[in-house]
Design a protein around this ligand. Structure first.
Ligand code: CNA
Length: 247
Protein backbone atom coordinates (compact mmCIF):
# COMPACT_ATOMS: atom_id res chain seq x y z
CA UNK A 1 0.00 0.00 0.00
CA UNK A 2 1.21 3.50 -0.70
CA UNK A 3 1.83 6.32 1.83
CA UNK A 4 -0.86 8.27 -0.04
CA UNK A 5 -3.44 5.52 0.64
CA UNK A 6 -2.52 5.56 4.33
CA UNK A 7 -2.88 9.32 4.60
CA UNK A 8 -6.26 9.15 2.77
CA UNK A 9 -7.37 6.42 5.20
CA UNK A 10 -6.23 8.49 8.19
CA UNK A 11 -8.06 11.56 6.86
CA UNK A 12 -11.34 9.68 6.35
CA UNK A 13 -11.08 8.15 9.84
CA UNK A 14 -10.29 11.53 11.36
CA UNK A 15 -13.42 13.13 9.81
CA UNK A 16 -15.74 10.27 10.78
CA UNK A 17 -17.95 10.25 13.87
CA UNK A 18 -20.15 7.18 13.29
CA UNK A 19 -18.44 4.23 11.64
CA UNK A 20 -20.20 1.04 10.50
CA UNK A 21 -17.95 -1.89 9.55
CA UNK A 22 -18.75 -5.13 7.75
CA UNK A 23 -16.03 -7.64 8.52
CA UNK A 24 -15.41 -11.07 7.05
CA UNK A 25 -13.02 -13.98 7.29
CA UNK A 26 -10.13 -11.81 6.00
CA UNK A 27 -10.32 -9.83 9.24
CA UNK A 28 -9.08 -12.89 11.11
CA UNK A 29 -6.49 -14.44 8.77
CA UNK A 30 -3.81 -12.42 10.61
CA UNK A 31 -4.92 -14.30 13.74
CA UNK A 32 -4.12 -17.59 11.97
CA UNK A 33 -7.69 -18.52 10.98
CA UNK A 34 -8.01 -19.42 7.29
CA UNK A 35 -10.69 -17.65 5.21
CA UNK A 36 -12.92 -19.35 2.63
CA UNK A 37 -12.00 -18.00 -0.79
CA UNK A 38 -8.29 -17.02 -0.75
CA UNK A 39 -5.77 -19.40 -2.34
CA UNK A 40 -5.02 -20.69 1.20
CA UNK A 41 -8.73 -20.67 2.19
CA UNK A 42 -10.86 -23.50 3.53
CA UNK A 43 -12.61 -24.03 0.18
CA UNK A 44 -9.29 -25.19 -1.26
CA UNK A 45 -8.85 -27.91 1.35
CA UNK A 46 -12.41 -29.24 1.51
CA UNK A 47 -13.61 -32.13 -0.57
CA UNK A 48 -16.96 -30.37 -0.78
CA UNK A 49 -18.05 -26.79 -0.15
CA UNK A 50 -21.50 -27.87 1.04
CA UNK A 51 -20.13 -28.79 4.49
CA UNK A 52 -21.81 -25.55 5.70
CA UNK A 53 -25.12 -26.35 4.00
CA UNK A 54 -28.05 -26.85 6.39
CA UNK A 55 -29.60 -29.70 4.39
CA UNK A 56 -26.36 -31.61 4.41
CA UNK A 57 -26.01 -31.00 8.15
CA UNK A 58 -29.53 -32.38 8.71
CA UNK A 59 -28.68 -35.49 6.68
CA UNK A 60 -25.22 -36.03 8.10
CA UNK A 61 -24.07 -33.99 11.12
CA UNK A 62 -21.09 -36.35 11.62
CA UNK A 63 -19.26 -34.90 8.56
CA UNK A 64 -19.65 -31.36 9.87
CA UNK A 65 -18.36 -32.17 13.34
CA UNK A 66 -15.48 -34.25 11.97
CA UNK A 67 -14.38 -31.54 9.54
CA UNK A 68 -14.76 -28.78 12.10
CA UNK A 69 -12.55 -30.34 14.78
CA UNK A 70 -9.39 -28.62 13.57
CA UNK A 71 -11.20 -25.43 12.48
CA UNK A 72 -12.89 -25.19 15.89
CA UNK A 73 -9.58 -25.74 17.70
CA UNK A 74 -8.01 -22.94 15.65
CA UNK A 75 -10.95 -20.63 16.40
CA UNK A 76 -10.83 -21.33 20.14
CA UNK A 77 -7.09 -20.70 20.40
CA UNK A 78 -6.97 -17.57 18.20
CA UNK A 79 -6.30 -14.11 19.59
CA UNK A 80 -7.29 -10.69 18.20
CA UNK A 81 -4.81 -9.23 15.70
CA UNK A 82 -3.73 -5.65 14.96
CA UNK A 83 -6.86 -5.06 12.85
CA UNK A 84 -9.32 -6.08 15.59
CA UNK A 85 -7.35 -4.00 18.11
CA UNK A 86 -7.32 -0.95 15.81
CA UNK A 87 -11.13 -1.01 15.49
CA UNK A 88 -11.44 -1.16 19.30
CA UNK A 89 -8.91 1.70 19.67
CA UNK A 90 -10.98 3.91 17.34
CA UNK A 91 -13.56 3.88 20.12
CA UNK A 92 -11.43 3.85 23.26
CA UNK A 93 -8.65 6.25 22.17
CA UNK A 94 -10.24 8.34 19.44
CA UNK A 95 -13.85 8.64 20.65
CA UNK A 96 -15.49 7.30 17.48
CA UNK A 97 -18.79 5.44 17.58
CA UNK A 98 -17.97 2.12 15.91
CA UNK A 99 -20.48 -0.62 15.10
CA UNK A 100 -19.01 -3.89 13.87
CA UNK A 101 -21.26 -6.23 11.90
CA UNK A 102 -19.29 -9.38 11.44
CA UNK A 103 -19.80 -12.47 9.32
CA UNK A 104 -17.22 -14.17 11.50
CA UNK A 105 -18.00 -16.73 14.15
CA UNK A 106 -14.70 -16.47 16.02
CA UNK A 107 -15.62 -13.87 18.68
CA UNK A 108 -12.35 -11.95 18.13
CA UNK A 109 -13.96 -8.49 17.93
CA UNK A 110 -15.45 -9.08 21.38
CA UNK A 111 -12.09 -10.37 22.67
CA UNK A 112 -10.50 -7.14 21.36
CA UNK A 113 -13.10 -5.13 23.37
CA UNK A 114 -15.12 -3.62 20.53
CA UNK A 115 -18.26 -2.40 22.30
CA UNK A 116 -20.93 -3.07 19.66
CA UNK A 117 -20.62 -6.28 17.65
CA UNK A 118 -23.48 -7.82 15.66
CA UNK A 119 -22.82 -11.41 14.59
CA UNK A 120 -24.86 -11.59 11.39
CA UNK A 121 -23.86 -15.22 10.75
CA UNK A 122 -24.41 -16.31 14.33
CA UNK A 123 -21.97 -17.76 16.80
CA UNK A 124 -20.10 -20.94 17.69
CA UNK A 125 -20.46 -20.12 21.40
CA UNK A 126 -23.90 -21.74 21.74
CA UNK A 127 -25.67 -24.83 20.39
CA UNK A 128 -29.36 -25.68 19.93
CA UNK A 129 -30.87 -29.18 19.80
CA UNK A 130 -32.38 -29.87 16.35
CA UNK A 131 -35.43 -31.55 17.94
CA UNK A 132 -36.32 -30.26 21.43
CA UNK A 133 -34.54 -26.84 20.97
CA UNK A 134 -32.54 -27.24 24.20
CA UNK A 135 -30.01 -24.37 24.19
CA UNK A 136 -26.55 -24.91 25.70
CA UNK A 137 -23.13 -23.25 25.85
CA UNK A 138 -20.33 -24.67 23.66
CA UNK A 139 -17.97 -24.11 26.60
CA UNK A 140 -19.31 -27.35 28.11
CA UNK A 141 -18.39 -29.31 24.96
CA UNK A 142 -14.95 -27.95 24.08
CA UNK A 143 -13.16 -31.28 24.30
CA UNK A 144 -15.73 -33.16 22.19
CA UNK A 145 -15.73 -30.36 19.59
CA UNK A 146 -11.94 -30.45 19.38
CA UNK A 147 -12.07 -34.24 18.95
CA UNK A 148 -14.66 -33.94 16.12
CA UNK A 149 -17.37 -35.89 17.99
CA UNK A 150 -21.00 -35.37 16.93
CA UNK A 151 -22.71 -33.52 19.77
CA UNK A 152 -26.08 -34.93 20.83
CA UNK A 153 -28.74 -33.57 23.17
CA UNK A 154 -28.72 -35.22 26.59
CA UNK A 155 -32.51 -34.82 26.80
CA UNK A 156 -33.67 -36.33 23.47
CA UNK A 157 -30.60 -37.67 21.66
CA UNK A 158 -30.97 -35.49 18.53
CA UNK A 159 -27.89 -33.64 17.23
CA UNK A 160 -26.99 -30.22 18.53
CA UNK A 161 -26.48 -27.59 15.83
CA UNK A 162 -24.01 -24.76 16.50
CA UNK A 163 -25.86 -21.42 16.37
CA UNK A 164 -23.97 -20.35 13.26
CA UNK A 165 -25.94 -19.50 10.12
CA UNK A 166 -25.57 -22.33 7.62
CA UNK A 167 -26.11 -21.77 3.90
CA UNK A 168 -29.87 -22.15 3.44
CA UNK A 169 -30.77 -20.63 6.83
CA UNK A 170 -32.13 -17.18 7.68
CA UNK A 171 -29.81 -14.67 9.36
CA UNK A 172 -30.30 -13.86 13.05
CA UNK A 173 -32.99 -11.18 12.71
CA UNK A 174 -32.01 -8.82 15.50
CA UNK A 175 -28.32 -8.69 14.51
CA UNK A 176 -29.25 -8.02 10.89
CA UNK A 177 -31.84 -5.31 11.66
CA UNK A 178 -29.50 -3.51 14.06
CA UNK A 179 -26.75 -3.70 11.44
CA UNK A 180 -29.03 -2.17 8.81
CA UNK A 181 -29.77 0.73 11.14
CA UNK A 182 -26.06 1.29 11.84
CA UNK A 183 -25.19 1.29 8.11
CA UNK A 184 -27.99 3.78 7.39
CA UNK A 185 -26.81 6.16 10.14
CA UNK A 186 -23.05 5.93 9.58
CA UNK A 187 -20.99 8.74 8.11
CA UNK A 188 -18.24 6.24 7.27
CA UNK A 189 -18.73 2.63 6.09
CA UNK A 190 -15.80 0.23 6.04
CA UNK A 191 -15.69 -3.20 4.39
CA UNK A 192 -12.87 -5.25 5.86
CA UNK A 193 -11.74 -8.68 4.68
CA UNK A 194 -14.79 -10.00 2.88
CA UNK A 195 -15.24 -11.10 -0.71
CA UNK A 196 -18.86 -9.76 -0.53
CA UNK A 197 -20.12 -12.99 -2.08
CA UNK A 198 -22.51 -14.08 0.67
CA UNK A 199 -25.91 -12.36 0.72
CA UNK A 200 -27.77 -10.75 2.43
CA UNK A 201 -24.78 -9.71 4.60
CA UNK A 202 -22.90 -8.48 1.53
CA UNK A 203 -25.72 -6.00 0.84
CA UNK A 204 -25.31 -4.16 4.17
CA UNK A 205 -22.85 -1.50 2.85
CA UNK A 206 -25.32 -0.55 0.11
CA UNK A 207 -27.70 0.79 2.80
CA UNK A 208 -25.30 3.67 3.56
CA UNK A 209 -26.46 7.24 3.12
CA UNK A 210 -25.41 9.08 -0.04
CA UNK A 211 -23.33 11.38 2.18
CA UNK A 212 -21.38 8.57 3.85
CA UNK A 213 -17.78 7.86 2.84
CA UNK A 214 -16.98 4.29 1.81
CA UNK A 215 -13.68 2.42 2.36
CA UNK A 216 -12.77 -1.14 1.33
CA UNK A 217 -9.68 -2.87 2.70
CA UNK A 218 -9.42 -6.31 1.13
CA UNK A 219 -6.52 -8.18 -0.44
CA UNK A 220 -8.58 -9.27 -3.46
CA UNK A 221 -10.83 -7.11 -5.63
CA UNK A 222 -14.55 -6.99 -4.82
CA UNK A 223 -17.58 -6.09 -6.93
CA UNK A 224 -18.04 -2.93 -4.80
CA UNK A 225 -14.54 -1.52 -5.45
CA UNK A 226 -15.79 0.93 -8.10
CA UNK A 227 -18.23 2.51 -5.61
CA UNK A 228 -15.66 3.17 -2.88
CA UNK A 229 -13.96 6.46 -1.99
CA UNK A 230 -10.84 4.47 -1.05
CA UNK A 231 -9.79 0.89 -1.83
CA UNK A 232 -6.70 -0.72 -0.29
CA UNK A 233 -5.76 -4.17 -1.58
CA UNK A 234 -3.53 -5.05 1.33
CA UNK A 235 -3.39 -6.18 4.98
CA UNK A 236 -6.15 -4.81 7.23
CA UNK A 237 -3.93 -4.95 10.33
CA UNK A 238 -1.11 -2.99 8.67
CA UNK A 239 -3.35 -0.43 6.99
CA UNK A 240 -5.39 0.41 10.10
CA UNK A 241 -2.38 0.44 12.44
CA UNK A 242 -0.45 2.80 10.15
CA UNK A 243 -3.48 5.08 9.71
CA UNK A 244 -4.08 5.25 13.47
CA UNK A 245 -0.50 6.43 13.97
CA UNK A 246 -1.52 9.55 12.05
CA UNK A 247 -4.73 10.37 13.93
P1 CNA B 1 -14.08 -15.02 2.00
O1 CNA B 1 -15.03 -15.22 0.89
O2 CNA B 1 -13.09 -16.10 2.28
O3 CNA B 1 -13.32 -13.65 1.72
C1 CNA B 1 -12.27 -13.21 2.51
C2 CNA B 1 -11.61 -12.02 1.83
O4 CNA B 1 -10.66 -11.47 2.72
C3 CNA B 1 -10.88 -12.38 0.54
O5 CNA B 1 -11.35 -11.58 -0.53
C4 CNA B 1 -9.40 -12.07 0.86
O6 CNA B 1 -8.72 -11.46 -0.23
C5 CNA B 1 -9.49 -11.11 1.99
N1 CNA B 1 -8.38 -11.18 2.97
C6 CNA B 1 -7.84 -12.28 3.54
N2 CNA B 1 -6.92 -11.94 4.45
C7 CNA B 1 -6.84 -10.58 4.44
C8 CNA B 1 -6.07 -9.63 5.15
N3 CNA B 1 -5.20 -10.01 6.09
N4 CNA B 1 -6.23 -8.31 4.88
C9 CNA B 1 -7.13 -7.91 3.92
N5 CNA B 1 -7.90 -8.78 3.23
C10 CNA B 1 -7.78 -10.09 3.49
O7 CNA B 1 -14.85 -14.75 3.39
P2 CNA B 1 -16.18 -13.93 3.66
O8 CNA B 1 -16.11 -13.50 5.07
O9 CNA B 1 -16.43 -12.93 2.62
O10 CNA B 1 -17.30 -15.07 3.53
C11 CNA B 1 -18.31 -15.13 4.41
C12 CNA B 1 -18.27 -16.41 5.28
C13 CNA B 1 -16.90 -16.84 5.70
C14 CNA B 1 -18.96 -16.10 6.57
O11 CNA B 1 -20.13 -16.84 6.65
C15 CNA B 1 -18.01 -16.54 7.70
O12 CNA B 1 -18.70 -17.17 8.76
C16 CNA B 1 -17.08 -17.49 7.07
N6 CNA B 1 -15.77 -17.68 7.76
C17 CNA B 1 -15.53 -17.15 8.98
C18 CNA B 1 -14.30 -17.35 9.58
C19 CNA B 1 -14.06 -16.74 10.95
O13 CNA B 1 -14.98 -16.68 11.76
N7 CNA B 1 -12.83 -16.29 11.21
C20 CNA B 1 -13.31 -18.06 8.93
C21 CNA B 1 -13.60 -18.62 7.66
C22 CNA B 1 -14.85 -18.42 7.09
Amino acid sequence: MTPHEISQLAELLKEAKKIACLTGAGMSTESGIPDFRSSTGIYNTLTSEDIFDINRFRRNPDDFYRFNSSFYTTLMDAQPNAGHLALARLESEFGKKVVVSTQNIDGLHQKANSSTVYEVHGTMRTLTCMKCRKHVSSDDYVQQLKEGKTLRCEACGAPYKPDITFFGEALPEEAYMKSLEAFEKADLVMVLGTSLKVYPAAALPSYRSTLAKFIIINRMETDADDDADLVIHDSIGEALTKALERL
